[in-house]
Design a protein around this ligand. Structure first.
Ligand SMILES: *[C@@H]1O[C@H](CO)[C@@H](O)[C@H](O)[C@H]1NC(C)=O
Length: 251
């Protein structure tokens, strides 16, 4: 038992050591004691000094126009009887907006760079999102963090849920993701989501994450519940309607 435990520790120690060496951030100091020190290259530190996580208006507009010139956007813009553009951000002027995770933390230069472009289908069961994911959302070097993808799936699958569940209130009950291909950072992503089935207060929503050329990178299935507690979660449907009508369209 003790031998196994010791073996385990040694193996662990070695693997951490190799990982540290590989990453270049472990320094071994002291007499026989090891201490992990995380350092950043001087280059990185210099880069960070002048780093501003807010885009200039010009950069913001350039990225937004790139989103609007994708095939996915052209398809929706070319079918105004089927799709209309709606805002991504909801409740922009409210107090709650300031503390909301996406607008306050994720929406920044080199992250979720600009407000995603969103199209709503006239059936109110399908949405298309087009977004730019910047270089500062890595897990593995150069690859979008799996948890960031999970966040995006949670965000987008909520839309068909709000539009179809009773009282337009929807809470995520489960979210399953199939990561099929590495998603590299600093690219435009197209996320599609649709209502798959609905039964009373439960809705199953499916979603696909694609690159701008339409290659499937990951997909997800989520279960949403409209809670029965009407006091805690009052009727949200008039707000959803108002949100939808922010941009008038053919439906
Ligand atoms: C009400 O609907 C909006 C979507 O338009 C959503 O952002 C908001 O979270 C919903 N509120 C609740 C409590 O479900």
């Amino acid at each position: 038992m003790l031998a196994t435990w010791a073996g385990c520790c040694i193996a662990f120690g070695i693997s951490v050591g190799l990982f540290g060496v590989d990453q270049g951030w472990i320094n071994f100091v002291g007499s026989g004691k090891s201490k992990a020190v995380k350092t950043r290259s001087e280059e990185k530190v210099a880069e960070d000094k002048d780093y501003d996580d807010v885009h200039t208006e010009e950069e913001y507009a350039t990225i937004t126009s790139r989103l609007l010139s994708t095939n996915a956007a052209s398809k929706c813009l070319g079918a105004p009887d089927e799709w209309k553009r709606v805002p991504y951000f909801w409740n922009k002027d409210s107090e709650a907006f300031k503390d909301a995770f996406i607008p306050s933390s994720l929406h920044a230069r080199d992250k979720l760079s600009v407000e995603p472009v969103v199209f709503l289908n006239r059936d109110r069961k399908q949405f298309v999102f087009i977004m730019h994911i910047g270089k500062r959302l890595c897990g593995h070097d150069g690859i979008v963090h799996g948890g960031v993808q999970a966040t995006l799936f949670d965000e987008i699958t909520a839309r068909p849920a709000f539009w179809n569940l009773p009282r337009s209130v929807a809470l995520t009950a489960s979210l399953k993701i199939n990561y099929r291909r590495p998603v590299v950072v600093d690219q435009i992503l197209v996320l599609k989501t649709q209502l798959a089935s609905i039964e009373g207060r439960k809705a199953t929503i499916t979603a696909q994450l694609e690159d701008a050329s339409g290659n499937l990178l990951s997909d997800a299935e989520a279960l949403y519940i409209s809670p029965s507690n009407e006091k805690l979660f009052p009727d949200n449907s008039s707000k959803v309607k108002a949100f939808e009508n922010t941009y008038p369209g053919n439906f």
